[in-house]
Structures are given as C-alpha cells and as structure tokens.
Design a protein around this ligand. Sequence first.
Ligand code: ADP
Ligand code: F6P
Length: 319
Amino acid sequence: MKKIAVLTSGGDAPGMNAAIRAVVRYGIGVGMEVMGVERGLQGLIDDLFIPMNMRSVSDIIHRGGTILKTARCPEFKTEEGQLKAIANLKKHGIEGLIVIGGDGSFMGAKAMTDRGFPSIGIPGTIDNDLAYTDYTLGFDTACNTILDAINKIRDTMSSHERVSIIEVMGRNCGDLALYCGICGGAEVIIVPEHKLTIEEIVDILCGGKAHGKTSGIILLAEGAGHADDLKTELMARTDLVVKSTRLGHVQRGGSPSCRDRYLGTCFGVHAVKLLEKGIGNRIVGIKDNKFYDMDIIEGCAMKKKFDSELYETALIVGK
Ligand code: ADP
Ligand code: F6P
C-alpha cells in the first residue's frame, strides 16, 4: 500500500498520540503517504482528512487525549454511513485504514474490511476490556492516575478515621478497580465480575476494625454500582463514617506512562507493517509480552476471563 489513513474513535485514552506518531513516522519511513482523519469514524463520513508529515506529530508523545479528536458515530452502523466513508477514502486515494479504539470501533473497522476496504484495529481504551490482548492502550496511565487519587484520599481518611468509596471507570470490566485496589491497598474491591453482597462488605470492614484498622478504602468499579448508593447503605448498617468519590474523567486524561508510550509505538508500527503487506481485518495486541495480531471477529468474540485467584488474593492482602 502506498497511502494509508489513521483515526482515533470511541473514548480517548492516554497513549493514542504515541500510536498516531508511530503510524505516521513509520509509514512515511517505509515510503507511504499518511493521512489523519479527525473525529473518528464520523470524520470518514464528513471528509475530515488531513495530510500528515513528520512534523505533524512532533511534540505529542507525552500528551494525553488525541490530536486527531475522537467521537462516537451512530451513523457508522448504517450501510449508508459506511458507503460514504469508503467513497471518501477512495477519493483521497487511500488504500488502508488504521482505527485506534475499543471493540465498538473495531466493529467499524470490520465493516470497512467486509466492504473490501482493508482496516486494522489498535486497542485504545482505559477499560482493558478486550480479551485478546493482555493490555490496552491507556490502561496503565489510568491506573497510575487512580493510584495517585487513592494515595491522596487515604491520607485524609486515615487522619479522620473514615472509610472512603472510590468509584472508577471501566464499563463492564473490573480491571481498573482490581489492579488499583491491589496496588492502592484497598480493603474492599467490588467488580462486576464478582459482586459482593452488602453483608460481605460490612463483614470485611468490621473485621478490619476489630483488628485495629481505623480507616478504609473501597474500590468500586462503575459496572458494579454507584458510590453514593453504597455509601448510604453502609452508613445505615454500621457506625462507620463513609465518604464517596466518583473519580470521573480525570482517569482518562494526563500524560501517558512509559508503558503506554511503548505500547502505542509498537502497536502503531505493527499495524503499518500489516497494511504494508496488504493485510486487513486484523487487530493488534500484546500477549505474554509479545506483539501479535489476530482476526477482528475472532479477537472481539473472545470472552475475557476474570482472574478469580488474583481477586481472592487482593482481598486477603487488603485485610
Ligand atoms: P469503543 O470503540 O471505545 O468501544 P464505542 O462502543 O462507543 O467505543 O464505539 C465507537 C464507535 O464505533 C461507535 O460510535 C460507532 O461509530 C462504531 N461502531 C460501534 N459498533 C459498530 C458496529 N456494529 N458497526 C459499525 N460501527 C460500529
Ligand atoms: O470506555 C472508556 C470510558 O471511559 C468508560 O470507562 C466509561 O464508562 C465511558 O468511557 C465514559 O464515556 P463518556 O466519556 O462518553 O462519558
């Protein structure tokens, strides 16, 4: 392929800029022309193409968000939207597309390939909810942001001898809560894959108190409930002073970690190498520390396995 395009779609994630930079610089390095598409899949329909050169991606590797902007685009689920997108890609002489996003965006990439337009997916989401890859772009940075918040909240909880519920993102996946719960020393971790009853939560907190704990942290995944509701229930059932914090979009921003810059760069290069060989319909990932690619449908159909052993361990070391 001589001319390719890259876009970011769905929720943004730190490290997307590193991936864009790698696609542009590696693509140009192997003799391709590269175009950026603004506002994700919507930009394909609205013809928001911009030519990229080596300097278009200067000074972005350390920046959160995405310089190409991102969007959610209901129209892309329709035949009409997809045909408009392909017509615009062809108008610009583009032969292959790289979509950086989550599983929704991958369905967009799959639709393009089904219509004869080779597309590759790069996993960009803080949720880490894709089974085919050990890590998605942005997860590590989001974990570090959450940990920073936990550390700060812990200082004041311990001074006031209170319990804090911290609600984190992740959609239906508990990975952000699980990893940050372990690394932030949480007493209780509540994830959609393993919901605790209110009695179990009270038991853990009261058990801790009986063993001399004077404060506590509960990490709650958004897919398992809301911090304010849990706070009300705990205050009604115990004499604990409970506070709640919903971290919100602070988790999606910020300068990407070393890990996410590395993943973004290697995912980007891997994706261009596939298009260079004329290969489409693949998603790039990392498994057992090796970069690899697999069929979009097979990859998206894989069901993420919850690490119950890790979860049980987390509750034990949080006691
Ligand atoms: P993410 O990529 O982070 O999972 P979304 O689920 O919001 O985010 O999906 C992003 C976009 O991908 C959607 O707004 C839509 O444009 C596109 N998309 C999602 N599902 C499909 C589908 N079945 N067919 C075509 N495009 C899709
Ligand atoms: O998929 C990433 C994510 O940040 C989820 O964790 C969260 O549920 C959702 O996006 C929030 O989306 P929005 O920014 O549209 O509110």
